[in-house]
Design a protein around this ligand. Structure first.
Ligand SMILES: CC(=O)CC(=O)SCCNC(=O)CCNC(=O)[C@H](O)C(C)(C)COP(=O)(O)OP(=O)(O)OC[C@H]1O[C@@H](n2cnc3c(N)ncnc32)[C@H](O)[C@@H]1OP(=O)(O)O
Ligand SMILES: NC(=O)C1=CN([C@@H]2O[C@H](COP(=O)(O)OP(=O)(O)OC[C@H]3O[C@@H](n4cnc5c(N)ncnc54)[C@H](OP(=O)(O)O)[C@@H]3O)[C@@H](O)[C@H]2O)C=CC1
Length: 477
């Protein structure tokens, strides 16, 4: 463990504790787990595999090197040297109190416990005097950024930056309510769904379709109020409320009523659920869920909407990339499943995409950054040759170094080397760019600062070997 590596103690390693463990580990923290369940190690291993296959794929930059995972035989061992304690034991108040009593005796000065509880108030959790703050995540913890934080203000203030540093979006709540905000909504929806089945109105499959084919797609990007604002048209929110306000008094929903979960209702729901999804294993559904979440979240990244903005902000906080063999590292990232194809490896188009990100990295390095582009100057690609040298598979971390072969006048010729984790070459990309005026759309000279930075790099890289550069298609070396 390096001196700067932080350590999280995960107390309770089930669905949620496993998700926390994965999120901390993949963000470079060491993690110690305590869970008396003899199956905990196997279960967390499965969660971690899923997290490794999905979380890095959200980012266009590699996450920090994974931390070390240990399983402890005692709670005290797990707490040793911990900078963060996340309690995720089963949702029983007396169990949580018992666990807090044990933890509190071993907390350092100023230390506290973060609880994953789905519904208990922080003040109820802290009733015996242990310093507890609610940090309520959503499953899968390693992909969904929301963490609802409630409790004493000074504990909330301590928890917030840590949660943010592992790529989550803390939602600080000042009011104390059971089940916080997210679960209050989920329960409202759940009640309506139960009534619709009990009343024979809809099946489990119809209810799921009503969400995923319709309003569910809107909620992930704009939430409720922005969505309704648009529903009001140009007249906006007030108009929406005027138009749909009266329906609140019509019997559209049965929200105040709770159906009795008698044996017949439970049987009807589980039969329908089996008919709907019984052909898939839980593990298969979890993989599907994660792949879909990655695709949706990556879509949201493009506009910065909803959870997409959290990912870009976290990515910007990750370490810059440094140098390899005297060449700047212009990209380092994991290969997402969407980059692979029917041959089971990274598709040719993805190499070009990686190359364009590396070119962007080089442009930033010489000062041709977002502000420069906004000022009306940029580089356009006019020619590219890619040599595919070694197969790459999902999850591999690729590093791109960039050599400036030419950097004078309007022209910038780059040679990207795409390296695998063992240092071998996966591909090279040689690309010619012309500096362009974005108003006239014609080639022109760069601004002096950019020209100078480019010439300096070109001079520093001059005389180095660049195997395969300058060749034609089909020429091996
Ligand atoms: C970072 C990114 O933005 C990456 C991208 O995705 S870019 C998108 C894909 N690329 C494009 O759309 C570019 C399409 N091309 C163009 O728009 C135009 O070629 C351009 C605006 C870049 C330049 O047009 P122009 O102003 O008429 O330049 P032009 O006078 O023809 O050429 C300037 C110089 O480059 C050279 N050049 C132009 N195209 C070239 C090519 N394909 N190969 C080699 N040299 C070339 C010319 O010979 C000329 O050289 P000299 O100054 O030594 O005589
Ligand atoms: N599931 C979900 O979607 C969400 C759950 N939560 C909350 O997270 C918490 C955990 O839930 P979840 O992960 O689903 O539950 P799980 O049942 O999957 O995991 C709880 C784990 O805690 C273990 N455990 C029990 N007693 C102790 C103890 N004294 N010390 C250490 N570990 C212990 C259990 O072991 P054993 O099985 O042997 O008893 C089990 O492995 C709950 O508070 C829940 O409300 C929050 C957000 C979402």
């Amino acid at each position: 463990m390096t001196p700067t590596t932080k350590k999280a103690a995960i107390i309770g390693g089930g669905v949620i504790g496993g998700g926390w463990a994965a999120r901390f580990l993949l963000n470079g923290w060491d993690v110690a787990v305590f869970d008396p369940d003899p199956e905990a190690e196997r279960k967390i291993g499965a969660v971690l595999d899923r997290a490794r296959a999905s979380l890095p794929a959200l980012y266009d930059r590699a996450l920090p090197p994974e931390g070390a995972l240990t399983f402890c035989d005692s709670l005290v061992d797990a707490l040793q040297g911990a900078d963060w304690v996340q309690e995720s034991v089963s949702e029983r108040l007396e169990l949580k109190h018992k666990v807090y009593d044990q933890i509190a005796a071993h907390l350092p000065e100023g230390g506290f416990i973060a609880s994953s509880t789905s519904g208990f108030k922080a003040s109820d959790l802290a009733a015996n005097g242990a310093p507890v703050v609610v940090v309520h995540p959503f499953n899968p913890v390693y992909l969904l950024p929301l963490a609802e934080i409630t409790g004493e203000p000074e504990l909330r203030a301590k928890a917030l930056p840590v949660v943010q540093s592992i790529g989550m979006s803390p939602l600080e709540m000042h009011a104390e309510i059971d089940a916080f905000i997210g679960n209050r909504f989920q329960e409202a929806i759940w009640r309506e769904a139960l009534w619709m089945i009990k009343d024979g109105i809809a099946t489990t499959a119809q209810i799921d379709d009503a969400m995923r084919m319709g309003f569910g797609l809107r909620l992930a990007q704009m939430g409720l109020f922005e969505t309704y604002r648009l529903a009001g048209g140009e007249a906006g929110m007030a108009s929406y409320m005027e138009q749909f306000g009266p329906s609140l008094h019509w019997p559209w929903s049965r929200l105040t009523d709770v159906p009795d979960l008698d044996a017949a209702l439970v049987q009807a729901i589980s039969d329908q659920s089996d008919a709907q999804s019984g052909h898939m294993t839980i593990a298969r559904m979890e993989t599907l869920r994660d792949d879909n979440l990655v695709a949706i979240l990556r879509g949201l990244r493009r506009t910065g909407s909803g959870a997409g903005g959290v990912i870009t902000a976290h990515e910007e906080s990750l370490d810059s990339d440094g140098e390899i063999d005297g060449l700047p590292v212009t990209q380092r990232r994991a290969v997402p499943v969407t980059w692979t194809d029917y041959n089971g490896h990274m598709n040719e188009a993805a190499y070009l995409e990686l190359g364009t990100w590396a070119t962007d990295g080089l442009m930033k390095l010489v000062g041709a950054d977002d502000a420069y582009v906004a000022s009306g100057k940029s580089f356009f690609t006019v020619d590219t040759r890619i040599r595919y040298l070694g197969e790459v598979h999902r999850g591999a971390v690729l590093t791109v170094t960039t050599q400036v072969l030419e950097g004078a006048g309007k022209k910038m010729k780059l040679f990207h080397r795409i390296l695998k984790e063992d240092g071998s070459l996966a591909a090279t990309i040689e690309t010619l760019m012309l500096h362009t005026d974005l108003n006239t759309r014609r080639a022109c000279l760069p601004e002096p600062a950019v020209a100078e930075a480019l010439e300096t790099l070109a001079a520093a890289h001059a005389g180095r070997d660049a195997p395969g550069a300058g060749g034609s298609v089909g020429q091996r070396n």
